[in-house]
Design a binder for this molecule. Structure first.
Ligand code: N1C
Length: 268
């Protein structure tokens, strides 16, 4: 093979963005997770049509501008994946994803968004398409800050988070990270989308669990100004606010990973 041919650079097939591209084997992972969830995790959903859901998912973003994504794009997917979470069993989280999911893995009747089908399928994945191609862009996808906020992944999480909050009823819970200065962050999905989409006619109380990392010094707690901000917002929305620092069932899970720490040995 002549060296010159090997050195020839193909012009980029897709537009180039600042963020990482679509997760390799995205479609296979999506379908595999759908089958795992509906056949193994929640067999009561075994009649779900995963092929149809997989197609609706990719149709929401393929052959489209990844910086012009809308809630409408995800409508057909949303309609195929309605799922009931019982009252009192919803768990939101912000900057505490691992701990919240550790908790619901043990407390199996409680649900984070990732314990529902759509959240389970999409968790941790990246995806985007391109106007000039019907394929996924595995090279790069829009970066939330540097390219555009209405990108295919962010719009997806905004859309599913909104529905998850709208559907909640009874007492809802949120795991917050008390080891960062902004324990309640108004710009987070929880602070921006979920809090404002709770229906006060259905959700009478929000219980916040402010958790401190075992290894780091506590920086924020129920009495901090950011948590007080959440309290005020809920007050205007007629939702009762209850806050607990280091809620024991969650604290015990942190202690499983750090049993020798003094707060685990003596403060239980
Ligand atoms: O912005 P956040 O947290 O407050 O979002 C978390 C909040 C949860 O209560 C979920 O119901 O919003 C929902 N949610 C997810 O379930 C989710 N899974 C994965 C929001 N975002 C989610 N992701 C990705 O993590 C997504 O890419 C988004 O940008 C981050 C948000 O994490 P965060 O800032 O800790």
């Amino acid at each position: 093979v002549p060296v010159g041919i090997l050195m020839w650079r193909q012009p980029p097939k897709h537009k180039e963005w600042k963020g990482p591209g679509t997760t390799a084997h995205f479609y296979e992972i999506l379908l595999g997770r759908c089958y795992t969830y509906t056949q193994v995790v929640r067999p009561e959903l075994r009649h779900t049509d995963c092929q149809k859901i997989g197609k609706a998912f990719t149709s929401a973003f393929l052959s489209k501008d990844p910086c012009g994504s809308t809630e409408q794009d995800y409508r057909p997917l949303m309609e195929l994946t309605t799922q009931i979470v019982p009252c009192d069993k919803t768990v939101f989280w912000s900057k505490s994803s691992e701990l919240a999911h550790d908790y619901t893995r043990v407390q199996r009747d409680m649900y984070t968004l990732e314990d529902t089908l759509l959240g389970y399928m999409a968790d941790g994945l990246k995806w985007c398409g391109d106007t000039s191609s019907s394929e996924m862009n595995y090279q790069s996808c829009p970066h939330w800050r540097e390219d555009c906020s209405n990108n295919s992944v962010s719009v997806f999480w905004n859309t599913v988070s909104k529905r998850f909050a709208e559907d909640a009823c009874g007492v809802v819970h949120v795991v917050l990270n008390g080891s960062i200065s902004n324990t309640f962050d108004e710009k987070s999905t929880f602070g921006r989308v979920e809090v404002f989409n709770l229906h006060p006619e259905k959700v009478h109380t929000l219980k916040a669990w402010v958790m401190h990392n075992i290894e780091s010094v506590p920086s924020d707690s129920c009495s901090s100004s950011s948590v007080n901000n959440l309290k005020q917002i809920l007050k205007t929305r007629n939702i009762i606010f209850i806050c607990q620092n280091n809620y024991r069932p969650v604290r015990l899970l942190q202690c499983v990973k750090n049993p020798e720490h003094s707060s685990c040995k003596y403060n239980l």
